[in-house]
Design a protein around this ligand. Structure first.
Ligand code: ATP
Length: 234
């Protein structure tokens, strides 16, 4: 039976006077990988920020496992299992790989051990003392994801993890996502790389101007990729 983990209804968000999300509606089931696709500025990052409570001005409904996310203070959201890996990654240049990894507090039981993390991302193995920002872009992305997995988050919001990365490292990250999916994690992925998106996702939502305007199963999209082209301006 599919169990719904996240239900978002009529979600609005503002930055100051700018009204950015105009009533987004979508849902994510347990263990699903779901993408938010759309052009630059459509509101994908803002959706993640609104769910995490980083974007504070919000209205509507967002329920995670029955908990009202809009009524949850940002410092308690991680305790519900939601983890956010922002596009800019947030690796600290003053800290080593090990220190970056240990930085976020463990908020729930069941997080990955360092050994699990090294199995998932062998590139990070033996790099404990390396300064975080000395890693390649792809390795920094791995570190940013690993750090969240260690906290015990089992519902991950991943914002453009492959942006600017070489194809071989994109393949490494794709394999890691496959492992996380097989472990039963739930993931929302914002992604411009359609090949990566279709290799990993079960379903896709299309955002335009702060709303969800279309939805595809991965099979439907794979059967006719032209369905997404008009939305993305390909
Ligand atoms: P991108 O791929 O460019 O990040 P996106 O779909 O994730 O696209 P958002 O980053 O959510 O889009 O941005 C949605 C809109 O909100 C854009 O018009 C952007 O300029 C605006 N915006 C984003 N952050 C802020 C901010 N801190 N203050 C004001 N406006 C913002």
């Amino acid at each position: 039976m599919t169990e719904r983990r996240l239900s978002v209804e009529d979600l609005h968000s503002w930055y100051g006077e700018s009204h950015i999300l105009h009533g987004a509606d979508f849902h994510v089931n347990r263990g699903e990988v779901v993408t938010l696709l759309g052009r630059n500025g459509a509101g994908k990052t803002t959706t993640m920020r609104a769910l995490m409570g980083v974007a504070r001005q919000r209205k509507g409904t967002a329920k995670l496992d029955g908990h009202d996310l809009l009524a949850t203070p940002p410092h308690r959201v991680a305790g519900l299992g939601l983890g956010y890996v922002p596009e800019e990654r947030g690796i600290f240049s003053s800290l080593s790989v090990a220190e970056n990894l240990l930085l976020p507090p463990i908020t729930r039981p069941g997080g990955m051990s360092i050994a699990d993390i090294h199995d998932l991302f062998p590139n990070l193995k033996g790099r404990d003392r390396t300064i975080g920002t000395r890693l390649s872009g792809g390795e920094q992305q791995m570190l940013a994801i690993a750090r969240i997995l260690r906290t015990g988050a089992d519902f991950i919001l991943l914002d453009e993890p492959t942006e600017g990365l070489a194809p071989v490292i994109v393949d490494d990250i794709s394999r890691a996502l496959g492992t996380l999916k097989s472990m039963g994690l739930t993931i929302i992925l914002v992604e411009q790389n359609i090949r990566f998106a279709t290799a990993n996702a079960d379903r896709h939502y299309v955002m335009e101007q702060g709303r969800i305007v279309d939805e595809f199963t991965n099979d439907a999209l794979m059967a006719d990729m032209s369905r997404i082209d008009a939305y993305l301006g390909v």
